[in-house]
Every structure is written in C-alpha cells, then in structure tokens.
Ligand binder design. Structure first.
Ligand code: SF4
Ligand code: SF4
Length: 341
C-alpha cells in the first residue's frame, strides 16, 4: 500500500494541498534535523541494499527526504561494511554526506564484528540497537558491551532467512520497522516489493514473508540505565599501513591474509563441520574446495610414516559453498546451521 504524508509530493509529483504541511513525521532528530542510522555488517550480507530499500521507502512512500550510502574496502565480500542512512522531513534538505557517528539506530548484522571493529562507538543512552543474534538480550549486551539506557531488539535473522530462503537484510528491515515507530511498515513492505519485483519477481513473496517475521520475532529489551559498559566516541577505522606509509614495492606473500577479511558471517547460513572419526584423509575435499580452506598437516601415522592428515577447516575464509560436503565419500563432512556469532 502506498501512503502519502501531509504536504508532500506523491509518486506522480503532485503536491497534496489538502493536508497540513506543518505535521512532522520523524520523532527523533539531531541538531541538524536528521534521523540517522548506521549498519555494521560484513560484505555479502546485504546491508548496502537494506539501506537503499529503507531510504527509497522513506522517500517514495513516506514523503521524507533521505540518503543512503556505504563504506567498504576494495575486497568487498568478507570485509566490514558500514551502511549509513539519513532521513529528514520533506521540507528539510539533507546536506551532510559524512559517516553517521552518533546513530539514533544502530543495526548489527554480524555480532562477530565486535572482535575487529569498534561497532559500539558513538552509541549514547536513548539510542536503539537491532542485532541479528541467536543469543538472549542479556548475553547480547555483554557480547557487544552495550552501554546503559539503550533499547535493544534481538532477532535471529539468520534462522528466518534460512527458513524463508532469503538473505538476512529484508528480515532485519522487518526488525527495524518494529523498532522505529515512525517508519511505516506498509511503506517498507512497498520498498521491498519495488526492489525485487522487476528483476527477481520470484523473490518478492519470500522476502515479504521474511520481513514480516523479522517484525514479529524481534524481541525488545530495555537495557538498564547503568554504567556497566562505558560510552565510547566514534572513531573512523584507520589501517596501520596506507598509501602514505606502506613500504615501496612491498609484496603480500601470503594472499588472503588481511585480519579484517572474515567470511564467517557472509556464508548463506550453513558451514561444513568435520567428524574426525569418519575421515580417511583422502583429500577429496581439499581438491574440491575453491578457496583452499581445507588445511592438511604433516603427521606420523601408526606405522611411523610421515603423511598428510586433515587438520582443520579455515572458517575465516570458508564461504560456505559446501562443495567439500558433496564430495566427501565418508560423510565425514556435513553441513551445520551457522550461528551469527
Ligand atoms: S573428503 Fe572426507 S574423508 Fe576425505 S579427507 Fe575430506 S573429510 Fe576426510
Ligand atoms: S564450504 Fe566451500 S569454501 Fe568452505 S571449506 Fe567447503 S568447499 Fe571450501
């Protein structure tokens, strides 16, 4: 359903003059008159698209002004991605295009990011946080070190996404719709439809279902206003080496070695799990893996001979294609549901 809000342009560009232009839609704003959202995710999870859907719905169906943009490194998949959304009333232009430092709403697609990225920076009491997690709200607070006085919404978006055969981004938009009072549920649903119906019509209904479940299954928790975890100011991530100080002619001898390139949360919901007792060390899985994630090591066998043995799976770089599971002749590799953490 398309809704037209007071004093705004409708989709055909016609001003609705029958309504009161002074009525405001956005309930929380900063000193610049903007409502701000920051999404913390890993490349491949669809945070950038989620931001676009949100801004599009706010503009097209709610008559607000909005912008959405993202920042990520050159290796997009598997690296941290931040998406930013700013919304303002229809009569207020958005002139700021810098990263969102003190969001009204923080959205955490992958809590695993807390190991490498300061995702809580800039979160102040009164903010809202939506987290994709299998953990309880109390455990989530401790994992992410969430300061007091924040409203937390936890949703197992990965579980819903696997069950509905969609990505987690539309499920998370459902949870956002639940958290942010002024974001109209029908408008966001219309935004999701618009995004998928032309190119991928078969994906519209599963994504709408995922969106509705995200809305219904998000669990609300008011974090007590205590000082268990301190408030930290926002700092832009700065790598130690950049174009100014990297050694001239420096060579990366170990490919795929960036500490931030963690594909853990960008898999599609399943990962391979190894059962040592069934493994015959045939290395079929190693041959099939496109990313060299099956790690063998040299050990001595029962007869005292040195041989290569299956050692472990490199989950940091495993993309969850499950080719290794398909080729294993002994079912020593099986697929298991991924936890978000
Ligand atoms: S394919 Fe299966 S049996 Fe062979 S090494 Fe891999 S896990 Fe072990
Ligand atoms: S799931 Fe794919 S990427 Fe991961 S270890 Fe198996 S074959 Fe390699």
């Amino acid at each position: 359903m398309t809704r037209f809000y007071p004093g705004t342009f409708n989709i055909e560009g016609v001003v609705d003059l029958t309504t009161d232009t002074a009525k405001e839609v956005i309930t929380k704003k900063n000193q610049f008159g903007n409502y701000e959202i920051r999404m913390e995710s890993i490349g491949g999870q669809g945070a950038n698209l989620a931001g676009k859907i949100l801004a599009d719905a706010a503009i097209m169906d709610m008559g607000l002004n909005g912008i959405s943009f993202a920042s990520y490194g050159s290796e997009k998949k598997g690296t941290p991605v931040r998406a930013y959304i700013r919304l303002a009333e229809s009569d207020k232009e958005i002139r700021i295009n810098s990263p969102v430092t003190e969001p009204h709403l923080l959205v955490v697609f992958a809590p695993v990011l807390v190991k490498s990225v300061p995702i809580m920076n800039g979160i102040k009491p009164g903010a809202q946080i939506v987290v994709n997690t299998t953990k309880s709200p109390e455990e989530t607070r401790d994992l992410l070190k969430i300061p007091g006085g924040v409203t937390l919404y936890c949703v197992d978006a990965m579980k819903i996404a696997v069950e509905e055969k969609v990505r987690i981004n539309t499920v998370i938009i459902g949870a956002i719709s639940r958290a942010v009072e002024f974001l109209d549920k029908d408008a966001l649903e219309a935004g999701i439809r618009r995004m998928f119906e032309k190119k991928y019509p078969a994906l519209v209904e599963p994504n709408i279902k995922g969106f509705k479940r995200g809305y219904d299954e998000a669990a609300l928790y008011e974090v007590p206003a205590d000082d268990k975890y301190p408030i930290s100011e926002f700092k832009q991530f700065q790598p130690k080496l950049g174009w100014k100080n990297a050694p001239i002619g420096g060579v990366i001898v170990n490919p795929g070695n960036t500490v931030l390139n963690d594909l853990t949360a960008s898999r599609t919901g399943f990962k391979p799990v190894w059962d040592e007792s069934k493994c015959i060390n045939c290395a079929e899985c190693d041959t099939a893996c496109p990313d060299q994630c099956i790690i063998f090591s040299r050990k001595t066998d029962d007869k005292g001979k040195e041989r290569q043995f299956f050692d472990h799976i490199d989950y940091m770089h495993c993309k969850g294609c499950l080719r290794c599971v398909e080729v294993c002749p002994k079912q020593a590799l099986t697929s298991a549901r991924e936890a978000a953490e």
